[in-house]
Design a protein around this ligand. Structure first.
Ligand SMILES: *[C@@H]1O[C@H](CO)[C@@H](O)[C@H](O)[C@H]1NC(C)=O
Ligand SMILES: *[C@@H]1O[C@H](CO)[C@@H](O)[C@H](O)[C@H]1NC(C)=O
Ligand SMILES: *[C@@H]1O[C@H](CO)[C@@H](O)[C@H](O)[C@H]1NC(C)=O
Length: 392
């Protein structure tokens, strides 16, 4: 974290402050967080869906997802060619009757320059990290230091935004409500990269019902105050081609799936946004609530700072156990039109990654980031057109 030795006058933070101090009338704009200009969302052109053979639903859900990555893998997303991106952004649609289709997409290449990301800075090379010997035991951790997770209890919290946007997925994962009818989760909760999991044949989304909101008809006093769950069938599931049959470390970048509910729900949902860089998140922090497998029946909330980011992943040490896979990772981002900080889903909690750069091995919990292209794809899945997706 040491500040670099740039002289004060030329340091961006300080020259900015100086301008603010010298121009008292403009203090308002100095107090307001700086934010990049309204983001341009690229457009995807979807082709006619092609029918595929029915899924066999032969895979077992494997919720504990771990990958390995090195420097070339860390920077891969910045260097991907448009053809590769288009291939990964193609998607499968699975219907509740077991039939499925494949939809190819084209990217608007004229716009390419506009959504090309800034190259990620290799974090170990910058010395931003605390020193590490690189000889640490390779022991996977999902809980870092003292467990920093909170159980969310009580009707108020459970039914209140933002906790109320967390839903259960019948295969053992978590999802987040992102529209009146749509739930985002991790792809590995429904598909193992080769085939859909057994439980995806009758996929359901579970909404928590706190016990006291039920009418007193049965059991006078239930021993457990755990919330009950109302299950709703999923009508349609979408999985990006980037998840399907790619090498594992590539797949992790595409570990998200969108589920469409048979009936609209009536709870508030959380809007999505293109993931800003960590500097543009309030407190550089991310938050998520999920159904961690070591705390059955509990909704578990946690937050932590972003430690690092590549084009496609958010690296962090938020404590999490496998059932939290698919949780909506959100941060407070500055909303230009509302002129306030708003919680927005900017990624999906995926799993664990070993990152080896310059001989140093580090382990992180990671979330998939919504790049402008992934945002455009998911937005297309939600709205069925590009018109509603052209701005963030
Ligand atoms: C990263 O790993 C891949 C295969 O796992 C290897 O081909 C590549 O050379 C490695 N790159 C670096 C910079 O170590
Ligand atoms: C399954 O459902 C989809 C969408 O409703 C429909 O287009 C398709 O024809 C159905 N397939 C079968 C075999 O019923
Ligand atoms: C349930 O029953 C208890 C005791 O009989 C009563 O105090 C409580 O208000 C009832 N709750 C509801 C939601 O009706």
């Amino acid at each position: 974290m040491a500040l670099d030795h740039t002289p004060m006058s030329s340091h961006p933070c300080c020259s900015f402050l100086l301008v603010c101090l010298l121009l008292p009338l403009s203090w308002v704009s100095c107090v307001l967080p700086h934010q990049p200009a309204a983001l341009h969302i690229p457009s995807l052109v979807a082709h006619t869906p092609l029918p595929l053979v029915r899924s066999r639903f032969s895979a077992q859900a494997q919720l504990d997802f771990t990958t390995h990555c090195n420097a070339s893998c860390f920077h891969r997303g910045e260097q991907a060619r448009p053809e590769e991106l288009a291939e990964q952004l193609a998607f499968e649609t699975l219907y509740s009757n077991g039939s499925r289709t494949l939809t190819a997409v084209d990217l608007d290449e004229d716009e390419e320059a506009e959504w090309r990301p800034e190259p990620a800075v290799p974090f170990l090379a910058t010395g931003r990290r605390r020193g590490s010997t690189g000889r640490r035991r390779r022991q996977k951790r999902q809980i870092y230091g003292a467990d920093g997770r909170f159980n969310i209890r009580g009707d108020h919290f459970l039914l209140d935004y933002p906790f109320s946007t967390a839903v259960r997925i019948s295969t053992g994962c978590t999802g987040v409500l992102v529209s009146q009818r749509h739930v985002l989760t991790a792809a590995h909760c429904v598909h193992d990269g080769k085939d859909y999991v057994k439980g995806a044949r009758k996929l359901r989304v579970g909404f928590l019902i706190p016990p006291s909101s039920l009418v007193n008809v049965t059991l006078p006093s239930t021993p457990s105050k755990k919330p009950l769950v109302r299950w709703v069938r999923v009508k349609r599931t979408r999985v990006p081609k980037g998840w399907i049959q790619g090498p594992l470390e590539v797949s992790m970048d595409y570990d998200y799936a969108l589920l469409e509910l048979r009936w609209p729900h009536r709870r508030p949902f959380m809007r999505m946004a293109v993931a800003p860089s960590a500097q543009d998140l309030a407190g550089k922090r991310i938050h998520f609530s999920g159904f961690d497998s070591d705390r059955p029946g509990e909704l578990v909330y946690r937050f932590c700072p972003v430690e690092d980011e590549s084009n496609d992943l958010i690296y962090q040490h938020c404590d999490a156990r496998p059932g939290a896979s698919g949780s909506g990772v959100y941060g407070r981002v500055w909303d230009n039109s509302l002129e306030r900080w708003e919680r927005k889903v900017i990624g999906i909690f995926s799993g664990h990654q070993w990152l080896e750069i310059d001989g140093e091995n580090r382990d992180y919990n990671v979330a998939v980031r919504f790049t402008p292209l992934k945002f455009a794809q998911i937005c297309y899945w939600v709205h069925g057109n590009q018109v509603d997706c052209s701005k963030d």
